[in-house]
Design a protein around this ligand. Structure first.
Ligand code: FAD
Length: 437
């Protein structure tokens, strides 16, 4: 894919270069830091929409939960201390560990902060979430070491996977049922109209709804690109070998094999990248405040992690061709508000559908990436609150949980890797063409 992206003034080559030289190397390092590698997630929540097919028994779907003993003490201590250096000593940590509720940290905090925490909790439950968050205190929620459970080919496919994707697009992308997505395997009849009516419908949508579809399609493309880049190539004597599968990549993205759909999907991936990039540049002031600490309990490590994160933010701010989210929800106030609400509810529903994914590893990464995108959207629509953040005290108007922060950066890391992998595939395809001649 080359050229300029629709709905924003940005060209693909600029994103490729920016990602390769600036973002990708740093985000990879960031994902290896303790603060970002452990993600707390509940993979046992039942599917709220249909009777599940039962968890798949495919070996590569298995997620290895991380034993509690391996989790850095500061992370285990829970949400109560994630922002405050005040909590950075053992006595307070022990108190926090015993605490099931936010209130239990009262003895280490001023009245003002106590009030703020109550507000934060209220805020967390309030309307502004684009995602349904897992309850981190549920006994079924477990820490997962993301580095030990990489997103890759699992073999999850067929009706269960289609049902999830189909439900996402059909019920949540503002699409009327009469319009079928091109190449949809579940469409009743696939006449000659390969996408024509679909794209007429898409072009007729308002910007916001078109953006919504593109985000989902971009996420879908990213997930499928990862499974092509990290494919189970062979398994000898129980030893798997993982790598790029060019045939699989071409099946999914080649312009001819996909009747032009592949490049469109990849463009949506770039679009999604731009949206998350924009969110990162917007949220920078939140993290630049000294009160925000990426707390794991290891003071030196935490300072390094924070400076790495800030340097990524610096880079995101320097990108010259950002998506302008101000063009969204910009109509009359009432209409814009209800559209934003509709947008938020649709996205929230998608985050719930992730509990219907019948493969634990796919579910893990599906949940993380939707939560990351949901957090990005929350940021983009909280511009005013972020501008008003107080330097040295917790904020009432805008805050992020550790789970959201970890999801945001790891989800962006996945997109950055996808774009990098796309370049690897370009080279591999050139080589394979040379060999064929
Ligand atoms: P699918 O990818 O299942 O797509 C179904 C149909 O949707 C296609 O036929 C096409 O019409 C359309 N479509 C495909 N891509 C796009 C796009 N980008 N935009 C718009 N429409 C599109 N498998 C793994 O091996 N590893 C994983 O980590 C993994 N994670 C997953 C996470 C989730 C949330 C889900 C739902 C599935 C996941 N899968 C994973 C399965 C994987 O995404 C595919 O569903 C599976 O490989 C079967 O692929 P398929 O070619 O049949 O088409």
């Amino acid at each position: 894919v080359v050229g300029v992206l629709d709905d924003c003034l940005c060209d693909i080559t600029s994103i490729d270069n920016f990602n390769t030289y600036k973002i990708f190397p740093k985000i990879k390092q960031l994902q290896e830091r303790d603060y970002f590698r452990y993600y707390k997630v509940n993979l046992k929540r039942p599917c709220p929409f249909w009777a599940e097919d039962g968890h798949c028994s495919i070996k590569d779907c298995h997620v290895e939960p991380c034993p509690e003993s391996k989790i850095p003490v500061g992370i285990k201590a829970g949400p109560s201390n994630k922002y405050l250096k005040v909590a950075n000593n053992t006595k307070e940590l022990q108190d926090c560990e015993q605490a099931n509720k936010l209130g239990a940290i009262n003895n280490t905090l001023s009245n003002q902060s106590k009030e703020a925490f109550i507000d934060w909790a209220r805020y967390d439950d309030s309307q502004d979430h684009f995602c349904e968050l897992d309850d981190e205190r549920s006994p079924a929620a477990q820490y997962v070491d993301l580095l030990l459970n990489p997103e890759r080919y699992t073999g999850y496919k067929g009706s269960s996977a289609w049902r999830v994707w189909n439900s996402i697009y059909e019920e949540n992308c503002f699409k009327p049922r009469s319009v079928y997505r091109p190449l949809n395997p579940l469409a009743p009849s696939r006449g000659e109209d390969d996408g024509e009516s679909f794209y007429t419908w898409l072009e007729g949508l308002c910007l916001e709804k078109r953006v919504f579809y593109k985000l989902i399609s971009g996420l879908h493309a990213s997930i499928n690109l990862h499974l092509c880049a990290n494919y189970l190539l062979e398994e000898t004597w129980g030893k798997p070998s993982w790598g790029h599968n060019i045939k699989e990549f071409k099946r999914r993205f080649d312009p001819v094999e996909t009747k032009g759909e592949g490049p469109r999907r990849l463009k949506n991936l770039y679009f999604l990248y731009l949206i998350e990039l924009r969110a990162l540049s917007k949220v920078a002031p939140y993290f630049e405040r000294s009160i925000v600490d990426l707390y794991t309990g290891n003071v030196e490590d935490d300072a390094d992690t924070k400076s790495l994160l800030l340097s990524i933010f610096q880079d995101t701010k320097s990108f010259p061709m950002h998506f302008n989210e101000k063009s969204m929800f910009a109509g009359n106030k009432k209409g814009a508000k209800s559209l934003k609400e509709e947008f938020r509810l649709h996205f929230k529903n998608i985050s719930r559908i992730m509990d219907c994914v019948g493969c634990d590893k796919c579910r893990l990464w599906g949940k993380l990436q939707t939560q990351g995108l949901g957090t990005a959207l929350k940021i983009l629509f909280s511009e005013k609150e972020i501008q008003k953040l107080p330097e040295n005290s917790p904020s009432k108007g805008f805050q992020l949980t550790r789970q959201e922060i970890v999801a945001l950066l790891n989800a962006f890391g996945r997109l950055s890797t996808s774009i990098r992998e796309l370049q690897n595939f370009k080279v591999l395809l050139q080589h394979s063409r040379c060999h064929c001649m």
